[in-house]
Design a protein around this ligand. Structure first.
Ligand code: DX5
Ligand code: ZN
Length: 220
């Protein structure tokens, strides 16, 4: 089985101590930084943009996984690449010409992925799957950290896992929202590869230990 990856969400970090929290992730068992960009239109919340990503990039020694929750993300792909995104995922629901947007991400030198909201059927990916480095399945309604994981995610992972395996692809499945030490094993069993965890990590007593436990559970 390929190594399972942990991506702490910086949305739950302490923005006043961004360098400290970035270094904590550097020195932990985490694999990527998950960076949530929200525009107040596509989702009912505003988070941060390019200057904050630059600040994280300045100290980060691991890849930046940038999750764009913005309308018409094609307007900003090159800028996100320039400030240091390594992976850029865009919502299926946020752009009309998804195929073109994926090409744009790759042309900018990044790995490209598609995000699906909870009610967007995984079948919409049938034709575009070979173009994707990763598919992010939301396991909450996007916009806020600290929400409760939605159980319909399990069946969605299983369907997508089958689609990927049937086509002999290596596309990664990432899960975002409400991931904890209680559900990560079940998510691995359903077929997921990458796990975003925000509040579970940053609200814990020992953040490095929480990350280590997630990494071990996912790979056990
Ligand atoms: C929400 C974001 C998530 C969020 C996850 O829209 O996409 O990445 O930070 O936070 P938790 O792990 O607290 O659910
Ligand atoms: Zn996210």
């Amino acid at each position: 089985m390929a190594e399972k990856l942990i991506a702490p969400s910086m949305l739950a970090s302490d923005f006043g101590n961004l360098q400290r929290d970035t270094e904590m992730v550097n020195n932990s068992d985490a694999d990527w930084f998950h960076i949530d960009v929200m525009d107040g239109h596509f989702v009912p919340n505003i988070s941060y943009g390019m200057p904050v990503i630059s600040a994280i990039k300045k100290h980060a020694t691991k890849p930046l996984d940038v999750h764009l929750m913005i309308e018409k993300p094609e307007r900003y792909i090159e800028e996100f690449a320039k400030v240091g995104a390594d992976i850029i995922t865009v919502h299926h629901e946020s752009t009309v010409h998804l195929h073109r947007t994926l090409r744009q991400i790759k042309d900018a030198g990044c790995k490209a992925g598609i995000v699906l909201n909870l009610t967007t059927p995984v079948s919409v990916l049938e034709d575009i799957l070979p173009e994707c480095y990763m598919i992010l399945l939301m396991s909450i309604n996007p916009g806020f950290g600290g929400q409760k994981f939605e159980d319909i995610t399990y069946q969605r992972i299983k369907k997508l896992r089958k689609m990927i395996d049937d086509r002999n692809l290596n596309t990664l499945i990432e899960i975002d929202g409400g991931v904890t030490d209680k559900n990560i094993k079940k998510l691995v069993d359903a077929g997921a590869d990458v796990f975003v965890a925000g509040s579970h990590v940053f609200r814990s007593e020992s953040q490095p230990q929480t990350i280590k436990t997630l990494k071990e559970l996912a790979n056990s």
